[in-house]
Write a protein that binds this ligand. Structure first.
Ligand SMILES: N[C@@H](CCC[C@H](N)C(=O)O)C(=O)O
Length: 268
């Protein structure tokens, strides 16, 4: 089986091209591929399938030729992945499956429009973040309140106002299962300047990762909320690099690097 490997600010993915939807991806198989010692190693899998051949999203086929069937490192499904979709777009263009410029990609959260910028960055229209209230988490014995933000997938974005570098994110943060029955991605962020934040994340289904695109937008919404703002462009520093997030009245955009680093044959 052919594969490629790529990352967006070190949120890394194994890409499995399957245009004719022939692969049955079990959770065990995905977890084995993502295993950093016994597999290729990744935060998730980007399964590349023709939208019209995937019953889950066939209704999006008019707007998007390709479906990003996203799987977390533990094999669970997710609705959306902001860094993954940017790497997915880079893969489609570099392999000739899509033309350069702007196009739609089908996801479980609906069609997202992606654009390859002349700078080499990849941008995605992430849709309008939905703020659904507040909730609490406990990280290494410390309690934090955060904003519940729906980016197609669930987030709890907590402004902690302290440096995030020393936090211990080695274990699953505690969260309220009544608010998040399907689990949640937890972001901890610290505003460090005008429209500039530093963020770490513990992702549902993958653990701590070095970046999370949907999480950077959720975090921007939380920081903007605290600053009494709802629009503008923010810089988000994550352990794996830097991205920019723009909020406006109707939608949000995420922009940053997305690169392919390897390709090869996966020994089944
Ligand atoms: N890394 C992603 C988010 C991947 C899905 C997430 N772990 C979930 O289960 O919702 C991103 O860049 O957005």
């Amino acid at each position: 089986m052919r594969f490629a490997k790529g990352h967006g600010t070190e949120n890394d993915f194994v890409i499995l091209p399957d245009p004719d939807a022939e692969l049955e991806l079990s959770a065990t198989f995905v977890a084995a591929v993502c295993d950093r010692r016994a597999g290729i190693g990744a935060d998730g899998v980007l399964h590349v399938v023709r939208t019209k051949l995937s019953a889950e999203v066939a209704d999006q086929a008019d707007e998007a030729e390709w479906f990003m069937d996203y799987r977390n490192a533990d094999g669970s499904l997710a609705e959306m992945c902001g860094n993954g979709i940017r790497v997915f777009a880079r893969y489609l263009v570099d392999t000739g499956l899509a033309g350069a410029g702007e196009f739609g990609v089908a996801t479980r959260a609906g069609v997202r429009r992606v654009r390859l910028e002349e700078s080499g960055d990849v941008s995605v229209d992430m849709g309008l973040p939905r703020v659904l209230g507040t909730s609490r988490t406990s990280v290494s014995g410390r309690e934090y309140e955060g904003l519940h933000v729906d980016m197609g997938n669930p987030h709890l974005a907590c402004v902690i106002g302290d440096p995030v570098a020393q936090l211990d994110l080695g274990r699953q943060p505690v969260f309220d299962p009544e608010v998040f029955p399907s689990g949640v991605n937890v972001e901890l962020l610290n505003p460090v300047g005008p429209r500039r934040i530093v963020m770490r994340v513990f992702e549902r289904g993958s653990g701590e990762t070095r970046s999370c695109g949907t999480g950077t937008v959720a975090s921007t919404v939380a920081a903007a909320h605290l600053a009494g703002e709802s629009t503008g462009t923010w810089t988000v520093e994550v352990p794996g690099g830097t991205v920019t997030v723009t909020l406006d009245e109707r939608t949000s955009h995420l922009t940053g690097p997305a690169v392919l680093v390897a390709s090869g044959e996966l020994d089944l």
